[in-house]
Ligand binder design. Structure first.
Ligand code: DX5
Ligand code: ZN
Length: 231
């Protein structure tokens, strides 16, 4: 995976789940201009999670209006069935949940053969040990810090220990993405625990000025990285 050519390796990933879908292209352009590193797309099936969200046609439309890396988070029961359609639509990475993968290594190979980066995600209640075997084979580890299904929930602090533990198992090129409840009060804790890719939905799109919200989150994350380096 590409590392940032300037400054510390840190990515802010706005989640369009909290965007105004009536003005989606405009909202994406705002965060792209404000320096978003990737765009996080939450796909829900009303089965793995108790909500429905974005599907393939929306990913196709998003692809047409941005050059950002499309980081696609599949909160669905049958990722093996739909991964190809999302890659065809323009997804740059496909992240599946370990809880629903009957043969994770085969799924990883399938996604890689489609030409996309591969991520594995785990829920707040899922033990770190469940992903250890597959970690060397993925590009992205996504640790959920809320129960998936909805934006705007509170960060679950007890997940920090899991982030710390798993960060010790990742190589330089792998992303450690944290998703759920990231805002100005919680981003430093996630970065200090080892996260380098921070998903933020409501903290960016929930207010009137997504661009400034994104810049503030990045500054807060960079400050905590600096403090860590000085310590
Ligand atoms: C939740 C999704 C998240 C969501 C995060 O199931 O996976 O990506 O958009 O939203 P916030 O940042 O509002 O917690
Ligand atoms: Zn997500």
């Amino acid at each position: 995976m590409e590392k940032s050519s300037t400054g510390p390796d840190l990515r802010i990933a706005p989640s369009i789940l909290s965007a105004d879908f009536g003005r989606l292209a405009e909202q994406i352009e705002l965060v792209e201009s404000a320096g978003a590193d990737v765009l996080h797309i939450d796909v829900m099936d009303g089965h793995f999670v108790p909500n429905l969200s974005i599907g393939v046609p929306v990913v196709e439309a998003v692809k047409r209006c941005t050059d950002l890396f499309l980081d696609t988070h599949l909160m669905i029961t049958n990722p093996e069935k739909y991964a190809a359609a999302f890659v065809d639509a323009g997804a740059d990475s496909i992240t599946f949940h370990i809880e629903v993968a009957s043969d994770p290594m085969a799924l990883i190979e399938h996604i890689r053969n489609l030409g996309a980066k591969v991520g594995v995600a785990l829920n707040p209640g899922t033990d770190a040990a469940t992903v250890l075997d597959v970690l060397p084979a993925v590009d992205i580890l996504l640790v959920m810090t809320v129960w998936p299904g909805f934006g705007g929930q509170s960060f679950i602090e007890s997940c920090l220990r899991k982030i710390e533990l798993l960060s010790g198992h990742l190589g330089e090129e792998q992303w450690l993405e944290v998703d759920g409840g990231i805002n100005l009060d919680t981003i430093a804790q996630a970065v200090e625990a080892g996260a380098d890719t921070l998903v933020a939905g409501s903290a960016i799109f929930g207010g009137p000025d997504p661009a400034t919200a994104l810049e503030r989150l990045r500054s807060a994350a960079l400050r905590s990285l600096d403090t860590e380096l000085e310590a």
